[in-house]
Write a protein that binds this ligand. Structure first.
Ligand code: ADP
Length: 259
């Protein structure tokens, strides 16, 4: 029993040193996973020990974004041991635990249980744990926020009014659980034409910053809609992992998160 206690004390101490930041959005497809992957990679490049939990239990994507498809995490003492990605991030994603293309049809409690296994894994020396939340404000999000109590949340939104409205709802969810909002990120803000280089605003621009100012939440930065970002993600090499200048916007946000 003594040994068990020691393990428990060590785990608690580990957890206390570790900062957990959840990345949330009101709806899907706004670039939440893209931001989570690139922030994790940018932080790792800044010399931080970073872990990433893909909490999108029903639609995981980090196994693809961080090129670990087909790899399986091992387990020790009933705890999962994260995978190490090429870009220096420790990763746990449902996408590495279930067979690809098999739809996960779990009810809320099972999904919440699975999430617990990912968050309470053997994160070892990890100082910063980034959690890529599922979109919206359902069961898994609630469990995540209430039970695992992140130290802060970053909300990502496109400049569109609807996405902004949803983002505000996501923010209220964190507020209600006393999880501080670290800031807002506006994604797909402005489009740079790959042919002529001209900048246009398919979804408008500046909306997230305006809302952030209105409600007195820090604005962390803006990421343009850029095909290079998607191509890098699809190749499993997030843009922030290379030397492409277009990765710098993510590094700037990582810098503001570190501050
Ligand atoms: P979410 O996690 O919010 O559902 P994703 O990160 O999966 O959104 O992004 C949805 C799609 O949009 C992906 O194909 C991704 O590569 C692409 N994408 C995200 N952000 C950008 C961006 N700034 N520029 C270009 N494509 C992007």
């Amino acid at each position: 029993a003594e040994g068990v206690d020691e393990v428990h004390v060590a785990l608690t101490a580990d957890k206390q040193r570790r900062r957990m930041i959840a990345i949330g959005s009101g709806k899907g497809g706004v670039g939440k996973s893209t931001l989570a992957a690139n922030l994790a990679v940018a932080m790792a490049r800044r010399g931080r020990k970073v872990g990433l939990v893909d909490a999108d239990i029903y639609g995981p994507s980090q196994q693809r974004l961080l090129k670990t498809e087909g790899q399986k995490p091992t387990a020790s003492k009933e705890q999962l041991r994260p995978l190490q990605t090429e870009s220096g991030v420790a990763l746990l994603s449902m996408g590495n635990l279930v067979e690809q293309d098999r739809a996960i049809a779990w009810r809320g409690p099972m999904a919440s249980g699975a999430l617990g296994q990912l968050v309470d894994a053997d994160w070892g020396e990890t100082e910063l744990l980034i959690v890529d939340l599922p979109p919206g404000t359902g069961d898994v999000q609630l469990t995540m926020i209430q039970k695992h109590k992140p130290d802060g949340a970053v909300i990502v939104s496109t400049p569109q009014d609807l996405a902004l409205m949803d983002a505000t709802r996501a923010m209220n969810l964190f507020n209600a659980a006393d999880v501080p909002i670290v800031g807002f990120v506006e994604n797909m803000a402005g489009y740079i034409c790959p042919h002529c280089g001209e900048m246009s605003d398919p979804f408008g621009s500046g909306g997230a910053e305006a809302v952030a100012n209105q409600i007195d939440v820090p604005f962390l930065g803006r990421i343009p809609l850029d095909i290079a970002i998607r191509l890098a993600s699809d190749a499993g090499e997030p843009i922030a992992s290379g030397d492409d200048v277009r990765g710098r916007a993510f590094d700037a946000i990582a810098g503001r998160l570190e501050a």
